[in-house]
Each structure stands twice: as structure tokens, then as C-alpha cells.
Design a protein around this ligand. Structure first.
Ligand SMILES: [Zn+2]
Ligand SMILES: [Zn+2]
Length: 355
């Protein structure tokens, strides 16, 4: 099948055979060729073109996302010189379409979604169909705001971490310590003061374990606060620094770099306070089923029976003086003396510097 023009752009999509059709390439004034496939250039096919090569397979777990910025820059450079750009893979169906969609998203983020950009491609090339893994990467890219740089983006790190956990678990082993994304060690994003002020503590020793911003909602839980105050038997969390000894009881072998060769796939979570050390929950990299029936993968869960939740209790001084606090059901109201804070200022102060 011939190559097809992306409507409204000097970009063409094609399969490997579109490279053979020199006349068509000349007619389209193609000056730049972007190859998105595993390919060993053996001849002078690309001699007369600016050429960029992305060495990937058309499989769902291939990381094409990390190549979006270089591909977009290359397409951009071709268009700026006034030439046409051919984006090709083997069939002109999945990989090349993904790259063209990424370009459209980057150029006009507010105009396109991955689906609507795909619809545009299909106007001229109906067979375009990124595999589901690539569509998910396009969705993530769109959510990230279609940045010029993806690998330094926190959402990318999280996505990579999840992939690595999935891959390890598929091989029946725990992920390596170095691939774990400890959320409390990540650069702070926009945070919400209310989720910061909802704290989770060890019931036995009162050691602070997390605040709501590290919670992982599941099932019907809409946000991190819902995850903390739900009725589920566990509060699921992202990995945090204090969990290292529980997750990797054998420690990192820094000499060999074989950090977690025999780290357990699942086990108990222990309170990080050395004089407490009580069992406060469990983890299972392969996931576990919550009491509500939902599967959470990976699962790092604090047992609700072993922890206390403290949330600011709003004391009303007068109408409209204070923002509403979080109201917990009576059976979950905090009991400790250190749990009452008044107003937003003291909420912030009480969490400063901790965790
Ligand atoms: Zn404790
Ligand atoms: Zn649940």
C-alpha cells in the first residue's frame, strides 16, 4: 500500500515498501524519513534523506513513549525546511501512526486527543491502528501535557516503575530495589494541603507512617482521601522509604548490584520504629485482593486494624471563617490528643518537615 498524507500536514505515513516508490517520494518532496522499526540498513536507501531511526518492535510492552520527543523534533525539523516527512514502520499501521499522533498531540494539545488524532489519520489511511500499549502511552503523554522532555517527568517515572514491577512479577520475582519508585523521595508535585494533613500512624507506637498523598485509591475510591477513609480492610500506599527493610529484608548488595535477587514477592510490613516493630500490614508485588473484592497490583497495604488515622477537625469559630475539614465517620474519628488542628495554617505547620 502506498503512503498516505496526514490531512493538513506535510507528513506521510507508510509501510516499508513506501521507501521503494521513489517517484511518489519525489512528488511529495520527502526530505526526511523517520523509520520506526527494527531495521538493519544495508543499502543506500536513506542516502538522499535526512534519516532518523527508532529501533522498536510493534508489541504492546515496547517503550515508544521515551522516543516521542526525538521523533517530534525530527518531524518538526523536516517541516521547517519546507520538505515532506515520511514516517514509516513495517505496515504503516501501528508504530508510525503512534508517532504521527504524538506529533499532532504535541503541536495542538488542546485540539486533539489520541482518539481524535487517530481519527484524523484514518481519514486518509483507514488501516492506522496503534496497538493498545501504544494507545495507552499516547494517553499518558497527553495527560502529561505533551512535554518536550518525557524521561524526567514524574508520571513517566511512575509508569516505568509499574512496568518494571509487572515484568518482574511475570517472571515470578520481586522487582529490584533500584527500580522501585519511593514516592517520598520524588520531587514534590502540586500538593493538596488537605491530603497532606490526613495522617496514618502506627496504632501501637503512634509513629507517623504516611499521609494521604501517598495513598493509592482502588475500586470506587475517587481520590487519595477516599482511599484513606474507606471501609476497606487495607489502606494501600505507594512505596515509601521506611518500607525498605520490609520489602528488601536482605538489603542491597552494593558490590554486585544484584540488589534484590532473593527479595520476597510478598511479606509483612513492619513498623519502622525499632522499639515497636509491630506487624502493620502486608505487601504483595503480584497484587492482592482487598476486602472489597478489588485487586490491587502491586499491593502495599496497611491493615486498618493496626493503624490510626488523624485528620484535622474543624472548629467552627464563626460562619465562613475556616475551610471545611475532613469529616470522618464516627467509628473512624481519631482518638489521640495530637490530632486536632485548627485552620489551614496549623495543618501546614504540623506536617512540615515530616516524611
Ligand atoms: Zn509502631
Ligand atoms: Zn478495597
Amino acid at each position: 500500500m502506498a503512503m498516505n498524507k496526514v490531512p493538513g500536514h506535510n507528513i506521510y505515513i507508510g509501510g516499508i515498501f513506501s521507501l521503494k516508490n521513489k517517484a511518489a517520494l519525489r512528488r511529495a518532496n520527502v526530505t526526511h524519513v523517520l523509520s520506526v522499526l527494527r531495521l538493519q540498513p544495508t543499502d543506500d536507501t536513506f542516502l538522499h534523506y535526512q534519516h532518523h531511526h527508532i529501533d522498536v518492535d510493534d508489541v504492546e510492552d515496547e517503550n515508544l513513549l521515551e522516543h516521542f520527543p526525538s521523533a517530534i523534533e525530527f518531524i518538526q525539523s523536516g517541516l521547517e525546511t519546507g520538505g515532506g516527512v515520511l514516517v514509516h514502520c513495517a505496515m504503516g499501521k501501528s508504530r508510525s501512526a503512534t508517532i504521527c499522533i504524538a506529533y499532532l498531540l504535541h503541536r495542538q494539545r488542546s485540539v486533539f486527543t489520541p482518539q481524535s488524532a487517530l481519527a484524523l489519520l484514518r481519514e486518509s489511511r483507514p488501516l492506522c491502528e496503534p496497538n493498545s500499549g501504544f494507545m495507552a502511552q499516547l494517553e499518558l503523554y497527553h495527560q502529561m501535557g505533551c512535554p518536550k522532555e518525557v524521561v524526567s517527568h514524574p508520571s513517566y517515572s511512575r509508569w516505568l516503575y509499574r512496568r518494571e514491577v509487572e515484568e518482574s512479577v511475570a517472571c515470578g520475582r520481586a522487582p529490584e530495589m533500584k527500580s522501585i519508585l519511593f514516592e517520598d523521595e520524588q520531587p514534590r508535585q502540586r500538593t493538596d494541603a488537605t491530603s497532606e494533613s490526613v495522617e496514618v500512624k502506627c496504632r501501637k507506637c503512634r509513629r507517623k507512617l504516611a499521609n494521604a498523598r501517598f495513598a493509592v485509591p482502588h475500586g470506587a475510591q475517587q481520590d487519595v482521601k477516599a482511599a484513606v477513609i474507606s471501609e476497606c480492610a487495607h489502606i494501600f500506599l505507594n512505596p515509601l522509604t521506611w518500607m525498605r527493610p520490609s520489602l528488601f529484608p536482605n538489603g542491597p548488595d552494593t558490590l554486585t548490584g544484584l540488589a534484590s535477587e532473593d527479595a520476597p514477592l510478598s511479606g509483612r510490613l513492619t513498623c519502622p520504629n525499632p522499639s515497636c516493630g509491630s506487624n502493620i500490614g502486608k505487601f504483595a508485588w503480584q497484587g492482592m485482593q482487598c476486602s472489597c473484592g478489588e485487586w490491587v497490583t502491586p499491593a502495599i497495604g496497611l491493615a486498618r486494624a493496626r493503624i490510626d488515622i488523624s485528620a484535622p477537625v474543624t472548629i467552627r469559630r464563626g460562619p465562613g471563617n475556616l475551610p471545611p475539614g475532613i469529616r470522618l465517620p464516627p467509628n473512624m474519628r481519631p482518638s489521640g490528643v495530637d490530632t486536632t488542628t485548627v485552620g489551614p495554617r496549623s495543618e501546614r505547620d504540623s506536617t512540615k518537615g515530616s516524611l
